[in-house]
Design a protein around this ligand. Structure first.
Ligand code: SF4
Ligand code: SF4
Length: 186
């Protein structure tokens, strides 16, 4: 889960971890990683710089030593709920497929366990579409990337110098939605 502090979504939220006891420092993961820089293979095991990792997950599939693992922060979500922290959930559209006709019950359940409010991320898509239209109407650039994939958007945002020719509207759907929610609930 990405966390939102007072100013922005925290890009350093860990998505992929390395078990130092299993890592053989073979660097297969680094070879596969599309950005490389987020991996430090100079020590006895590979370390990940979470601020530079785009969260594509490619390294998980190639590590034959099971040293790479996805980081699930569901436990800290539950712990924060127990501490009565104010938590707002932004639900991805995929939930409609996962929960079928029980989506409304998901919202009710989240609120029953202490979540302050539940929002749908799709409103962020509408904000994003608006920014595309504004950008296209300016005719200031020949092409733009219209892509909700977090890994691709992270790649363009974290490595702007590699993507000078194809800019995207600066916000991704969930980020726009998160900022909208933060303004409403600050
Ligand atoms: S592929 Fe796995 S074992 Fe090899 S360096 Fe990467 S994390 Fe370590
Ligand atoms: S998740 Fe993607 S960007 Fe991050 S370390 Fe793995 S391969 Fe590299």
């Amino acid at each position: 889960m990405a966390t939102l502090n007072n100013n922005h979504i925290d890009k350093s939220t860990p998505i992929v971890g390395v078990d130092k006891n299993k890592c053989r420092n073979c660097h297969t993961c680094i070879t596969t990683c599309p950005v490389k820089y987020c991996n430090d293979g100079s020590g006895e095991y590979v370390k990940v710089n979470h601020s530079l990792c785009i969260g594509c997950g490619s390294c998980l599939a190639v590590c034959t030593h099971n040293a790479r693992y996805p980081i699930d922060d569901s436990d800290s979500f539950i712990e924060d709920l127990k501490k009565n922290k104010k938590i707002i959930v932004i639900v991805a559209p995929a939930a409609a497929a996962s929960f079928n006709n029980k989506l409304l019950q998901l919202n009710s359940w989240l609120k029953s366990i202490g979540v302050t409010a539940v929002f749908d991320v799709s409103f962020g898509a509408e904000l994003c579409t608006k920014s595309y239209v504004e950008l296209l109407s300016k005719k200031s650039q020949k092409s733009i990337i219209c892509q909700p994939c977090p890994a691709i958007v992270n790649y363009i945002e974290i490595y702007p110098n590699r993507n000078k020719k194809q800019k995207i509207p600066e916000k991704k759907h969930v980020k726009l939605r998160a900022e909208h929610v933060r303004i409403k609930h600050a």
